[in-house]
Every structure is written in structure tokens, then in C-alpha cells.
Ligand binder design. Sequence first.
Ligand code: CMC
Length: 424
Amino acid sequence: MSNTVTLTDNRNGKSYEFPILDGTKGPSVIDISSLYKDTGMFTFDRGYTSTAMCRSAITYIDGEKGELMHRGYDIAWLAKNKMYLDLVYLLFYKHLPSQDEFVSFKKDLKERSYLNEKMLKLFDCFPDKAHPMAVLQACVATMSAYYKRDMNFDDMHDYMELAKRLVAKIPTFIAFHYRHTRGFPTIYPDLDRGFTENFLYMLRAFPHNKVELRPIEAKAFDTVLMLHADHEQNASTTTVRTVGSTHAHPYSCISAGIGALWGHAHGGANEGVIRQLEMIGSVDRVDEFIKRAKDHNDPFRLMGFGHRVYKNFDPRAKVLKGLRDQLINEIGIDSNLIKVATRIEEIALNDEYFISRNLYPNVDFHSGLILKALGIPNEMFAAIFVMGRVPGWLSQWMELKAQDTIKIVRPRQLYVGPTCPPEA
Ligand code: CMC
């Protein structure tokens, strides 16, 4: 039996053969790259639900089994045994770091975490109420002006340099903007503290006080970053690859990814979860909102529920749920929010509407509550998601750049507009 698929056009009885390609794991794909040439037709796949847009060796997801792996390592194992920076290293260098490699990688990031002081003026240009994602997107885009030479190289060593620079500076951008809007004194990075602790330190520190972090706070935040680090070809990663396929400046690619992530169906969901819980406000109102979520005539959706790929459970949510409960028990949080969240979870997990559509709590349902418990303002949540995801985007971008030839992403359409000018 040949490893092909035959497509028959029932209008004229013509048949066409297309090769089936096998990956190392997961569904095979039909290579239809010659489809238009052979048949004069395109495929129609709204939202790319059945389309593989690239070959990739970084992240594997099995949505039915609730499986997520980075370079062959299971996410639950990584979350239990490793730290966020180990995973960043794994995404970039394709293997977990040795002790020496870890120390040297951390040092590299430390040295790159400061901003060119001229960039600090950027923060003055934004109104205090500007959304952190707007500011972060602009800051990253601005790096294209500061690191112009990064557009003109074609070498993995230089890509790695750029990747480290971005991972190191993004937390500084986010923290500096946060402090600037509040008029707090600037606190420079202190990576002697560890990557995750440094970020919380930059948010909380004042020149006269020490910042003591509880181990559970650092662990919870580190895990949130880890669980967001990469997620194969999601909307923002596809955006980064799409912009990268035009050979645009790397900082434009990442800035475009930030734009794509902002939407509430993607990285904006964790902020949406907390806003929604606050809006619902009390356990007595949960039934009313569950009813609204089930009503097709009402655009209201339960934030933090459902996923395009995970149709059984979100393995990231499973890791975070335990940590969320541990953190909340240890440090406490507005208990009303937790009560509302718990009630929503109880109802949704037992309701036919949610069960039949495979709508389970996703990673953002729990990460929103963890970030809230850490005292991070709601509007910063999506920026934290960016901080976690940037190594994923960069490793996907480097994978794209390592190809012998890069094909510009250029989908086609089914035209349904007029065929002659409308009457005057
Ligand atoms: N609340 C109520 N109904 C829902 C929800 C929800 N959160 N999500 C999906 N549905 C319903 C939807 O109305 C549809 O019903 P029907 O079949 O009767 O028309 C069915 O479930 C399938 O929905 P869909 O929109 O076709 O599913 P999708 O795969 O295109 O969308 C999603 C996935 C994540 C955009 C969607 O579930 C959603 O909007 N969830 C809320 C936002 C959210 O939490 N997003 C974060 C995703 S996790 C972070 C990340 O990885 O980016």
C-alpha cells in the first residue's frame, strides 16, 4: 500500500495522489503543496484547524491525551524537577543545561538585563494608564532601532545572542513601566537573586527595604513562566513565524507576536479570568453567568475555559491547580474570588454543556489566580504571559531561520465578493 492519499474530483472523475508524511509522534500529514498546481484548487481551512504550517522539533502536544512535551521532556516532569531557566536553555540549545552551563547562562542573562538608559525616556511618553502590553510591544519594536545590525546576520551564534538579550530585557521593561506609572524609584535588575525572584524583586523593592520572598511565591511564579514557555504553533507563534518568513527584523517578529498574544482568546485570557471573577463578584451570581455562557445569543464566554487543542484536559492547568491551592493557603488571597472560581469550576465540570464540548479549565484559569495572589495587577497578566512565552517564540524563530530556504507565508482565499462593480 503506497503512503499516499488519493483525492477524486467527483465533478470530472479525475484523481490526484498526495504523499503522506509521518512525524516522530502524532498525526501524519498530507503534503498538499502541489495541490493548486495539480488541481487548480486551494484547500479551505478556517482558523487552520487541520493545517500543519511547518515542521518543528520543539514542542509536541497531544490534545486528546492532554500531553505537552518540550524537546521530548514531559511538562509535568519539567515543572516538578526543573526551573524556568532550564526550560529556556532547553528550548534554545536542544538539551538541558549542566550545572556549569546553567550558571553561565544565568550570568549571560544578568549581563543583558539592563536597558540602554536612553530607552528609559520611552516610559515618559506613555500615559500612566497605558496598557502594559501596548508599552511592551512598543519597547520591543524600539529595540529594532537600537540593535539595527541584528537584521543583517545569518549565524546561529548571533541569533542566540539576540535571544538572550530579549529574554533578559523583557522583565526589565515590564517592571520599569510598572514602577514608572506609580512614580516609584527605579530599581535595577539584581540577577544574583535568580531570574524569577529578580522580577518580583524589581516590582516590590524600595531602596530602604529588603524584599523577602517566600519560596512558594518564587516557585509558583517560576512555574507560571515555565508553563507558558512554548505551545507549538499557536496564534502568536504562527504570527512570529509569519512575520519571520518575510525576513523582517527579529524584534518586529517578537513585537508582532506580542500583538497577537494580547487578544482575550489567547494571552489576554488570564486577565479576563480575574476581571470576570471580579465582575461576577459573589457565589450567588455564578448560576446567572453560567446560564449566559451557555446561551448562543449571548456573546459572554467563561474565561479560562476551553482550548483549541486540548479536548480532554489542559496538562498545564493540572500542574498549576495544586500550586495555586498551596500558594493561596500559605499567603491568602481575597477569598471571595476563590469561592467564585471554585463554584464555577464545580458547576462547569458537571454540566452537560461544558462536558459535551470538552470545556475544561485551561492554564489561564489558574495562572490568573496565582498572579493575583502574588499581588501582580490584573492589567500586567498578559505581559507576564509574554515574559514566559518569549523563549518559545525565539526558539521557533531560530528554527525557521535555520532552514535552507524560507518560504514566505502567503495563504489564499475563497473569494465571495462581487464580480462586477456594484450599481451606482
Ligand atoms: N464558554 C462558553 N462556551 C464556550 C467556551 C467558553 N469559554 N469556549 C468554547 N465554547 C463553546 C462554543 O460556543 C462552541 O459551542 P457550539 O459548538 O455550541 O457552537 C463550542 O464550545 C466550541 O467553541 P469554539 O469557539 O469553536 O472553540 P475554539 O477551539 O475555536 O476556541 C477558545 C477555543 C480557547 C478560543 C475558546 O474556548 C474560548 O474563547 N475560551 C475562553 C478564552 C480563553 O480562556 N482562552 C485561553 C486559551 S488557553 C491560553 C492559550 O493557550 O492561548
